[in-house]
Design a protein around this ligand. Structure first.
Ligand code: ZN
Length: 310
């Protein structure tokens, strides 16, 4: 298929139309995929329904939605197949079940059948060329988000900046200058947060909680030695925690030690039933990233451990 035919397809998506309002879901899903490709996060033609995809979809969606548009990324992930460039790969033996689908049903049921999505190979190939990717994106923005052109481009540029910082962090950056300006700090902070959540596989390193609801993630990225003291955004100075355990670590009630075990402050009273869950974490293993190069460094663990509330 020619490049022009994809320009044509992007301008003529079969979008939902309610009282003259074009539903933004499909163009937002495509914008999301284009950003993932542009920022090196889709290194092959295989689109997972991943936390990265969902978080980015939510960012674009929140920007362009109007009041009765519901955040429901599974719908465009399913229905884009009707536009003849986006396809699904069912699991072996599930092809027949896939053919009977008229809609995704629940996310869980859909991904019992489907492994991932992919684009026409020709389209994926065109998108490796930044000029072609931009042309397709311009068409999409002009057609579907003409009133928000500037804002959408700001978001696209921000994603590029954040990705640059993520790459720096993953390659083991040193401390980042405290003289960074506000904008740089915002990108830096977003990159730290994404990097930590990703390397910990979106799981709390204390209790293992892992919930991702349409791009809303329960996990925070926390600094072991606070950024205000260390200016250290190296992933080895970070850890992923759920909201409760983040709060507990911030207040030195729960700290990871050099022994890679959790330590609970003796201030917590085990006679209070509500404290039992957190006290049970004492001496439990810190749930660490698979990649050892991202494990917390000794200096940062010691800093926390020395300050446990006594
Ligand atoms: Zn937790």
């Amino acid at each position: 298929m020619t490049f022009n035919s994809y320009l044509d397809k992007f301008q003529n998506l079969r979008t939902g139309l309610i009282h003259g309002h074009i539903r933004p879901h499909k163009p937002v899903m495509i914008l999301t995929i284009l950003s993932l490709i542009e920022n090196g996060k889709l290194s092959e033609n295989k689109i997972d329904y991943s936390p990265q995809l969902l978080e980015l979809f939510k960012r674009y969606f929140d920007l362009v939605k109007t009041k009765n548009d519901a955040l429901n990324p599974i719908l465009p992930f399913f229905h884009l197949r009707g536009d003849n460039f986006f396809h699904h790969k069912p699991f072996p033996g599930k092809q027949a079940g896939y053919k009977t689908l008229n809609g995704p049903g629940s996310v869980k049921a859909f991904f019992d059948i489907v492994q991932y999505a992919y684009l026409d190979d020709t389209l994926y190939h065109y998108l490796q060329d930044p000029n072609k990717l931009n042309k397709l994106r311009e068409i999409l923005i002009r057609k579907y988000f003409s009133k928000l052109t500037k804002e959408v481009w700001v978001l696209i540029k921000e994603e590029q900046e954040i990705t640059t910082y993520e790459t720096i962090l993953k390659n083991g950056s040193d401390k980042i200058s405290e003289k960074s300006n506000d904008k740089e700090n915002r990108y830096r902070s977003a990159a730290f947060s994404r990097t930590i959540r990703e390397i910990y596989d979106y799981r709390c390193s204390a209790c293992g909680l892992r919930i991702n609801l349409n791009g809303l993630v329960i996990i925070d990225a926390a600094h072991l030695i606070p950024f205000s003291k260390s200016y250290d955004d190296n992933p080895c100075n970070g850890i992923a925690l759920c909201k409760n355990h983040h709060w507990a670590m911030d207040h030195f009630l729960l700290v990871p030690g050099k022994d890679k075990l959790w330590h609970v402050s003796s201030e917590l009273d085990d006679r209070i039933p509500g404290c039992k869950d957190i006290i049970s974490l004492n001496n439990r293993k810190v749930l660490l990233p698979q990649n050892q190069k991202f494990h917390p460094k000794e200096e940062s663990l010691s800093w926390r451990h020395e300050r446990i509330l006594k």
